[in-house]
Design a protein around this ligand. Structure first.
Ligand code: ATP
Length: 298
């Protein structure tokens, strides 16, 4: 970790000049209020987690951030640029990279080629130069390959670098997807359930890489994750949403004891200890389908 980044996080100074402002955003689908007036900021050195029961609006927030959904009202300001109404590829080019709940890679391409695809915003030359393999195209290609090799090194992917991604274990595929997002040299990384479906060893590896991205690469991260142990271990701050609204925002130490958070997860009183689906990192994490209160209209 850079000493500056750590000190700034500890002092909470990331919020004075946040990389991201999500301001009073509302996104409705017919009668469903997927996001209902949510506001938060993410600091420039921060690992910010979003948690909530199934159907509470987490993915919708990611989809608004990355331009998949356009909110009816509210502002999303990323590094000084208003994102509402911009297309996903424009937002990606502005420096917001995303991984998905399910692996979205080209299974028949090698690890190296999948990572190179993440560099397409950095190509910087036209088709003629590419056909002629002219100076500019050649230099860019060499630089892109060097950048990709650094990622291979950083994420410890050496032994699989020339293998088709489709043949690799699931945990490695998720790591390649993370690598492809890093290949974009993002200013902000959105991680959508990065350890979903992983075994313990793969989860521990992923946790280590996520922390290294924040601390060594100094890239701020927004994390949506059902694994509460992971969230409480990694996050600087946690936002809890339910029914599209903010329940609480606070440190991992504060959140499990927040009365409204306990109520949101258990539907019980604040004096009840967090239990099976409690956000304390001790109980089983809530899984898709766990929440009996909601029908998914999709
Ligand atoms: N495209 C859509 N059309 C209609 N309703 C939608 C759409 N996308 C999301 N919703 C609804 O918005 C609400 C929030 O859904 P969202 O997927 O954001 O929740 P989530 O917290 O990510 O859930 P999970 O933890 O299960 O992934 C749900 O009621 C969902 O059914």
């Amino acid at each position: 970790m850079t000493a500056v980044a750590g000190a700034e996080r500890a002092a909470g100074r990331g919020e004075d000049d946040p990389i991201l402002r999500f301001e009073d955003v509302r996104l409705h689908f017919a009668g469903v209020r997927a996001i209902d007036g949510v506001t938060f900021t993410v600091g420039r050195h921060e690992l910010f987690a979003i948690i909530g029961p199934n159907g509470s609006g987490k993915t919708s927030i990611f989809n608004v951030l990355s331009g998949v959904y356009r909110p009816q009202t509210g502002r999303v300001v990323f590094d000084g640029v208003d994102l509402v109404g911009r297309r996903p590829h424009t937002i990606a080019a502005l420096g917001m990279a995303r991984t998905f709940q399910n692996v979205e890679l080209f299974g028949n391409l090698t690890v190296l080629d999948n990572l190179l695809l993440g560099r397409h915003h950095h190509i910087g030359y036209g088709p003629l130069a590419a056909i002629g393999w002219l100076g500019r195209a050649r230099r860019a290609e060499i630089a892109n390959r060097a950048a990709v090799e650094e990622i291979v090194d950083f994420l410890e992917l050496e032994r699989w670098r020339r293998m088709p991604v489709g043949l690799l274990p699931y945990g490695v595929q998720k790591r390649v997807e993370l690598g492809r997002a890093l290949a974009m040299e993002p200013k902000l990384l959105l991680l959508d359930e990065p350890v979903a479906g992983m075994n313990l060893e793969e989860t521990e590896d992923m946790a280590r890489f996520v922390l290294d991205i924040r601390d060594e690469l100094d890239i701020p991260i927004v994390l949506v994750e059902h694994d509460m142990g992971l969230v409480m271990d990694l996050a600087d701050r946690v936002l809890v949403v339910d029914f599209g609204q903010v329940v609480a925002t606070g440190s991992p130490a504060e959140i499990p004891h927040h009365p409204d958070v306990v109520r949101a997860y258990l539907g019980g009183s604040a004096s009840e200890p967090p239990g099976r689906a409690g956000p304390d990192g001790r109980g089983d994490p809530p899984r898709p389908g766990d929440d009996p209160r909601r029908e998914d209209p999709r």
